[in-house]
Design a protein around this ligand. Structure first.
Ligand code: HEC
Ligand code: HEC
Length: 222
């Protein structure tokens, strides 16, 4: 999607939040991306030293350890916030930050970040062996292709039945990606459906993880 298209979608989201929310079922990429929240309310709710301070006003963080949310699927962001609240995912800062949010806050804040111009990596090139691993997997080590779930350019998607959201990885922050792959591998993070990411990450070695984090953080999904 071009920048102009995203701007148009964002304006649409700003001025017609109710229609966007009720556009509902199937096929509508924008409603899939934004979920049911109101991005205008979400802008205010995430302001005031709350979320934007770390995750950026436009959803791009200023620190490689802090994830970008720009253009991330709202359903994915909302799931993570509920998981932090429930203790299914743990992090010293985020477990506290998520504590006081109610369901409407979560939906609105997630919609606000989802509506931002999607995160973009620095160069879009990257290491060829990491690309091969991401796109094709490695059958000899029983590593599934990451791209099968996360999309060829790490652009993410929502499953056909709408139940699973595969997050955007292309253009995500490098140290953050690395830390998540390590914690999936060690089983410290264990909130993916059916433990799928633990299964994937435990087959990756340190070099794979470094190369994938470097590769993904450089991607520029179309
Ligand atoms: C002091 C900095 C800080 C603040 C303020 C903060 N976050 Fe975070 N956030 C982080 C860090 C660091 C992580 C990475 C956690 C990890 O490593 O597991 C994170 C992770 C997340 C994630 C998971 C993203 C992913 O890709 O899985 C979500 C969603 C999130 N934050 C939303 C919020 C929201 C909403 C607020 C405001 C209510 C907020 N954050 C406030 C630092 C912050
Ligand atoms: C069978 C599907 C599947 C495959 C294959 C897969 N993933 Fe995932 N991945 C997921 C799902 C689903 C999530 C979201 C988990 C959640 O809801 O917390 C995820 C989450 C992640 C995250 C966390 C993103 C964030 O913002 O915190 C990273 C990083 C990741 N995957 C990298 C990879 C890499 C690298 C590969 C290949 C080596 C891979 N994944 C293969 C399904 C998959």
């Amino acid at each position: 999607m071009t920048l102009a298209q995203w701007m148009a979608l964002f304006m649409l989201a700003l001025f017609t939040p109710i229609e966007v929310a009720s556009a509902g079922s199937g096929g509508n990429e924008l409603s899939q991306r934004l979920g049911s929240g109101n991005p205008v309310a979400g802008k205010e709710k995430s302001d005031a030293g709350r979320c934007q301070e770390c995750h950026g006003v436009d959803g791009n963080s200023g620190d490689t350890r802090i994830p970008n949310h720009a253009g991330q699927y709202a359903g994915y962001l909302a799931k993570q916030l509920s998981d932090f609240q429930a203790g299914a995912r743990q992090h010293t800062v985020m477990s506290v930050m998520a504590e006081d949010l109610d369901a409407a806050d979560i939906a609105d804040i997630a919609a606000y970040f989802a509506a931002q111009k999607p995160m973009r990596g620095r160069d879009g090139i990257g290491n060829a062996s990491a690309r091969r691993l991401f796109v094709n997997g490695d059958a000899s080590r029983e590593i599934k292709p990451c791209a099968e779930c996360h999309g060829k350019n790490g652009e993410g998607r929502v499953s056909g039945d709408g139940g699973t959201v595969y997050p955007v990885l292309g253009g995500q922050r490098k140290a953050y990606l690395r830390s998540q792959l390590v914690s999936w591998k060690l089983g410290e993070r264990h909130n993916s459906p059916d433990g799928v990411m633990n299964e994937v990450a435990k087959r990756l070695n340190e070099d794979d993880i470094d190369a994938l984090a470097d590769y993904l953080s450089g991607l520029q999904p179309p």
